[in-house]
Design a protein around this ligand. Structure first.
Ligand SMILES: [Zn+2]
Length: 322
């Protein structure tokens, strides 16, 4: 079974902080649009994803978002738990947290894991305006380690102008990996634009992993997201082939490719398209165009089907098809 470790779904307008969303996310000409006019473009129900993966052996890890006031989207943990309850073969979920009040955040994390069944935590320091390796937040990491769940950190490129990139640094996670050696850390999007740092961390630490969502969109190979994520020039080398090759070429002791996790970042990329691109023959042909050697069949297979098991052992296999 493939686990899509990074995908989203949300309700519109229930999961939106509308004033912040209108000010920081919508283009100026759309700011006064009524909600009904925005809804078709902004509602992402879980059923949309189910339709996309029809017939594929994929389970989606519904990743929470707490973007505070920078982006205006805060997805409810209780709602994500309901989605998992409704489709237990198709989804599991990773909760989100408002970290402003650390002790309240620790309690909410415990509730999400023990009562709602969350298998991980997602944090977006740049969106939530905090420095990930500030020891003030250590009680959250301590609790995650105790609960034996992974934390995914949004890292690298961040769209809203009010989100601070200094809080999206991959290397900030080095301190957390050192101080919490049993905490599993996932660098989202392989750190986008900071691929080398991400691979260096994976090579250095047993407990650091990375998802590859949605690199094929950054690279222009998936045009589903007709938004600013899609590059002007179609040249898949920099954002897709380069990070994979860098991971393949990294010196040992750790095999960094065995720590790469498949993820789509749906709706920013189609999991169906991405899985197709990652097929051995298709990758071999694409790499050849850039004079690069093939990636072994077993490595690609592990990225899709196996590597996730080290990070999310709680995730149960879903029904095979349908
Ligand atoms: Zn995402």
């Amino acid at each position: 079974m493939i686990l899509d470790v990074h995908m989203h779904a949300w309700r519109f307008p229930e999961d939106f902080d509308m004033p912040s969303f209108r000010t920081h996310t919508l283009p100026e000409r759309q700011r006064d649009y009524p909600e009904e006019r925005l809804k078709p473009g902004w509602a992402v129900p879980p059923e949309m994803y189910l339709k996309e993966i029809e017939g594929l052996d994929i389970k989606g890890l519904l990743v929470g978002m707490y973007f505070g006031k920078t982006f205006g989207v805060n997805v409810s943990n209780d709602w994500m738990a309901e989605v998992v309850k409704k489709y237990p073969d198709k989804f599991d979920f990773v909760c989100d947290l408002d970290v402003e009040d650390v002790s309240a955040a620790v309690k909410e994390l415990e509730r999400c894991v023990k009562e709602l069944g969350a298998v991980g935590l997602k944090l977006g320091p740049a969106y939530q305006n905090f420095k990930a390796n500030d020891e003030k937040y250590y009680p959250i990491y301590e609790k995650a380690q105790e609960l034996d769940i992974a934390i995914s950190f949004h890292s690298g490129h961040t769209n809203p102008t009010t989100a601070r990139l200094k809080y999206a640094k991959v290397l900030d996670l080095d301190d957390i990996a050192i101080d919490f050696p049993k905490l599993r850390i996932v660098v989202c999007h392989m750190g986008s634009y900071s691929y080398e740092d991400t691979v260096a961390l994976m090579g250095k630490h047993d407990n650091v992993f990375a998802d590859i969502s949605p690199l094929v969109t950054f690279a222009g190979l998936d045009r589903r997201a007709l938004n600013p994520l899609v590059p002007v020039v179609d040249y898949p080398y920099f954002h897709f082939l380069y990070p994979l090759m860098w991971s393949m070429s990294y010196f040992r002791p750790r095999d960094t490719t065995s720590k790469l996790l498949f993820g789509s970042d749906w709706p920013d990329c189609s999991p169906r398209t991405y899985v197709e691109i990652l097929k051995y023959e298709n990758m071999k042909a694409l790499l050849k165009e850039y004079n690069l050697p093939p990636i072994p069949r077993g490595t690609l297979d592990a990225i899709l089907n196996r590597n996730w098991r080290q990070v999310y052992p709680q995730v149960k296999r879903g029904a095979k098809k349908g």
